[in-house]
Design a protein around this ligand. Sequence first.
Ligand SMILES: [Zn+2]
Length: 78
Amino acid sequence: MNDFDLDALIFGVKVCPNCGEPKPRNSEHFGKDAACDDGLRNVCRECRNRQQKARYRRDPSKFYAKTKACRERRAARG
Ligand SMILES: [Zn+2]
């Protein structure tokens, strides 16, 4: 039995609506989200990463604005 099967046995399986892959229902495969019933995001980590990258490609300025704010805060602190 591999790790996946063992995890699936312990945590149960949650199917990611994005890729349709059944994955163990734990924080290793799904990001945490307190707003969800089981405390985990519906979309698996892999898809979530992919979505974030796609969002970045679509509108990088938003991400730059965020990094810039961080940098300025750090600079202000000295
Ligand atoms: Zn997925």
